[in-house]
Design a protein around this ligand. Structure first.
Ligand code: IPE
Ligand code: MG
Length: 230
């Protein structure tokens, strides 16, 4: 979800206004995904590198996050959304951590959209964290090093219980992954748009889904093989 700051600047406003507008977009897009019966949506809300931003901006993002959690969770729950957070949450205030846990617990039994919010998240952190967890299991004698394969590794990274993403969308014109779900994106279709996040809409989401529908997913096979199996 990139482009909040530029969106504000283009309007002669301060960056926080962009984040406010971006928050509204996020709410609308989650609703759109519910309406479109999308199975899972993972949002990159705050990266492990975003702490480098000015203290005031970080504070505002935390505020928005906290307010968002308080104001949105009931509605999400009503819409059968199951909320989950990925990332290193120990860096957040105890209050925020408690709110995150509350949201997860309240919605844990929901069978609708799997909404994951990546906060203080980094793809490399995720992989290192998985390696550390598996190493601890080996150390404890619960796992043999030679039994670690891709499947075992995949079960140790974030979102292990959610299907791998089919489509990645980045707004704001940058053509890079920026340390997002590095492991999970191995076969994901990548979609980039110049639209700034506050301007992203259900219509724009529709364009991304159309792009996705036009892709042939070969997973290493030839096009002919894929067509024969279809
Ligand atoms: C993305 O918008 C929002 C967050 C990282 C929270 P930016 O704040 O990165 O907006 P630009 O890139 O400066 O326009
Ligand atoms: Mg940016």
């Amino acid at each position: 979800m990139d482009g909040n700051g530029r969106w504000a600047r283009q309007r002669g406003k301060h960056r926080p206004m962009g984040h406010q507008a971006g928050f509204k977009t996020t709410r609308a897009i989650v609703e759109a995904c519910v309406r479109r019966k999308i199975g899972a949506l993972t949002l990159f809300a705050f990266s492990s590198e975003n702490w480098k931003r000015p203290e005031q901006e970080v504070g505002l993002l935390m505020d928005l996050f906290m307010r968002g959690l308080k104001s949105e969770v009931s509605k999400l729950h009503e819409n059968h959304v199951r909320v989950q957070f990925i990332g290193e949450r120990s860096a957040f205030s105890p209050k925020l951590q408690a709110e995150m846990q509350r949201a997860e617990e309240k919605t844990a039994g929901n069978a609708g959209l799997r909404l994951a919010i990546a906060v203080n998240y980094g793809g490399r952190w995720d992989i290192v964290n998985a390696a550390r967890r598996l190493a601890a299991q080996v150390q404890a004698g619960e796992l043999q090093a030679e039994d670690i394969d891709e499947q075992v590794f995949a079960s140790a990274v974030s979102l292990a219980d959610v299907p791998e993403p089919d489509l990645f969308i980045r707004t704001g014109g940058e053509i890079r992954i920026s340390n997002y779900l590095l492991w999970q994106l191995a076969y994901t279709e990548l979609y980039f748009t110049d639209t700034l996040w506050p301007d992203f809409s259900d219509e724009e989401l529709g364009k991304a889904l159309e792009f996705y529908a036009g892709r042939q997913r070969r997973f290493g096979q030839t096009g002919e093989q894929v067509e024969a199996n279809a």
